[in-house]
Design a protein around this ligand. Structure first.
Ligand SMILES: Nc1ncnc2c1ncn2[C@@H]1O[C@H](COP(=O)(O)OP(=O)(O)OP(=O)(O)O)[C@@H](O)[C@H]1O
Ligand SMILES: [Mg+2]
Ligand SMILES: [Zn+2]
Length: 540
């Protein structure tokens, strides 16, 4: 017997065998049961999710020798010939290779009025229908609108937007969903057991394939077949990983844990391990981004249809982070992915990228994140990300640098913070935000400190002449001001850059005393070391 690929062998012969797509199955079965059969259907959805399969099942249901039925028998001659694709009356046309009007005329229009040769209904399945030319669509329009009785059209497409509205409006449309990883895993396990692999496969390997297939069951079955061909004894996670290059959960979870712990040696160890075991580093960054997104989804309650094991992993790991931290990490991992695309030394870029992510986490741990300022410190106004001082407080108290005396016993309520204190307290949050807007502007402010606030003008004292001069550039200045206004909700707030009095301008020709200790200011205590700065460059 001729060799049959797995995905063809396991094409469902019954509606009950269709994986997922329950909404489509139910609607079609109900329509058949109540004899309300439309004459044109439009099946939309990504490849490999069952469109052609469903079209054939519909053809079987209409033509089964046991009668028109919501569940065809699958074994009679009509059913068998449809499953195999050999039924004369079920015409499958690949629009990608028959795009022109002539093909449509020849194959469909001229023959559509002939009675079915052997079956009850003639079914035309037009795959990738969006590839038809405009002339071909126009020629088809009339036929689709009023086909002869006993003719049913099924148009399938991965790109419904490219199907003209005139055609779409004449069809009953069904949208096929990507199939969940859980459903795909179950199907793969069913296939494995059926193919005699009981006890010789690791279920985690099946679920790794399922995730790599991204909703397409055909892809999953093709990958499984590849794994079966390569496996000597057993289908393991390692085998699948090396075959299809995806990163397994075990590796990703180790990576994420090391990020959380800020364990740089471990992180870099993982990168070396990846290099030594021949993993694709770009793929790791991609899979890390996906994994982090899954953690975030889990955290905010958007649960994917996953196996129990995976759900418990997602739960465990999502507890390591706040939502905000995850959002930040996801962004960094996208940037890392982008940087890797053009990197000449992928290992270095991956290492620095991970280091950067670990540092972001560390910095966020030190500063309350936006929207996560502890309630006991400040009153968080619900919708806004940063608690806002009342304008009144800013205006009345701002000019004074000494806060109004408080009764000794009660701690000063937050509302009475001066505008300047308020800004200083949330300065890190502002910097985080600025970093997102402009990495360069952010880097200038790393050695500046807000020192005064008067008449809606924030005095920024700089420790370096270079940064000071740069900030005076209008573009950077405006960026900084805009960001300040947004973060602190202080419209019209301007900045006034000044140079720290402690900076003696080196006179040209005078050697600078390198040994003299640099005066440390609160801002400098942020530990802006070269490594962080270098790493931060990868962040934008
Ligand atoms: N929902 C599903 N249930 C069961 N098997 C499926 C399903 N979707 C896909 N398959 C498997 O994948 C194979 C290909 O599916 P099918 O041809 O129906 O996909 P399709 O949506 O038409 O894809 P394309 O857009 O590439 O034409 C089937 O033979 C079957 O083995
Ligand atoms: Mg198809
Ligand atoms: Zn039958």
């Amino acid at each position: 017997m001729a060799y049959e690929t797995l995905y063809r062998k396991y094409r469902p012969r019954k509606f009950a065998d269709v994986v997922g797509q329950k909404h489509v199955v139910r609607a079609i079965q109900n329509a058949i049961a109540s004899k309300r059969i439309a004459h044109a259907y439009l099946f939309c959805g990504q490849r490999g999710t069952g469109k052609t399969t469903m079209a054939r099942l519909l053809a079987m249901a209409l033509n089964c020798e046991k009668g028109v039925s919501p569940e065809p028998c699958g074994s009679c001659f009509a059913c068998q010939s449809i499953v195999k694709g050999s039924a004369m009356d079920v015409v499958e046309i690949d629009a990608a290779s028959h795009t022109g009007v002539d093909a449509v005329r020849e194959v469909i229009i001229e023959r559509v009025s002939f009675l079915p040769a052997a079956l009850r209904y003639k079914v035309y399945i037009i795959d990738e229908v969006h590839m038809l030319s405009t002339a071909a669509f126009n020629a088809l329009l009339k036929t689709i609108e009023e086909p002869p009785p006993q003719v049913v059209f099924v148009l399938a497409t991965t790109d419904p937007h490219k199907v003209p509205a005139t055609i779409r409006s004449r069809c009953l449309r069904f949208d096929f969903h990507p199939i969940s990883a859980k459903d795909i895993t179950q199907r793969l396990i069913f296939v494995l057991e059926n193919e005699g692999w009981q006890g010789r496969f690791d279920p985690a390997a099946a679920s790794l394939i399922a995730r790599a297939a991204r909703g397409a069951l055909r892809d999953a079955l093709t990958m499984l077949e590849q794994a079966m061909n390569f496996a000597d004894e057993k289908i393991t996670v390692d085998l699948v990983r090396s075959l299809i290059g995806v990163t397994d959960d075990e590796f990703l979870s180790r990576l994420v844990t090391a990020l959380r712990e800020g364990d740089i040696p471990n992180l870099w160890g993982l990168v070396s391990e990846a290099v030594e075991t021949g993993r694709d580093l770009h793929q790791i960054a991609h899979d890390l981004a996906t994994y982090l997104r899954e953690l975030l989804n889990y955290k905010i309650g958007v649960y994917a249809d996953e196996t129990e094991e995976r759900i418990s992993l997602l739960q465990q790991q999502s507890e390591l982070f706040s939502e905000y931290e995850l959002m930040r990490l996801i962004r960094s991992s996208w940037e890392l992915e982008r940087d890797l695309r053009t990197a000449t030394d992928a290992q270095l870029v991956l290492e620095i990228g991970l280091l950067n992510m670990a540092m972001i986490l560390k910095a966020m741990g030190e500063v309350p994140a936006r929207g996560e300022i502890p309630a006991e410190k400040t009153e968080v106004t619900p919708a806004v990300t940063v608690p806002q001082p009342s304008r009144q407080v800013v205006e009345t108290v701002a000019p004074s640098t000494t806060p109004a005396p408080q009764p000794a016993t009660t701690p000063p309520p937050q509302e009475e913070l001066s505008g300047l204190d308020y800004i200083r307290q949330h300065w890190e949050i502002f910097l985080e935000q600025l970093k997102r807007v402009s990495m360069v502007a952010y880097s200038f402010l790393l050695n500046a400190e807000p020192t005064d606030l008067q008449d809606n003008q924030l005095v920024l004292t700089f420790q370096h002449t270079f940064s000071y001069e740069c900030v005076n550039d209008r573009n950077y200045r405006e960026t900084i001001e805009q960001c300040l206004q947004e973060v602190f909700n202080m419209p019209g707030l301007k900045i006034k850059p000044t140079l720290s009095a402690q900076i003696a301008q080196p006179i040209v020709g005078t050697p600078v005393d390198a040994s003299s200790p640099v005066k440390t200011t609160p801002t400098q205590q942020r530990e802006v070391d070269t490594e962080e700065y270098l790493a931060s460059l990868f962040d934008d």
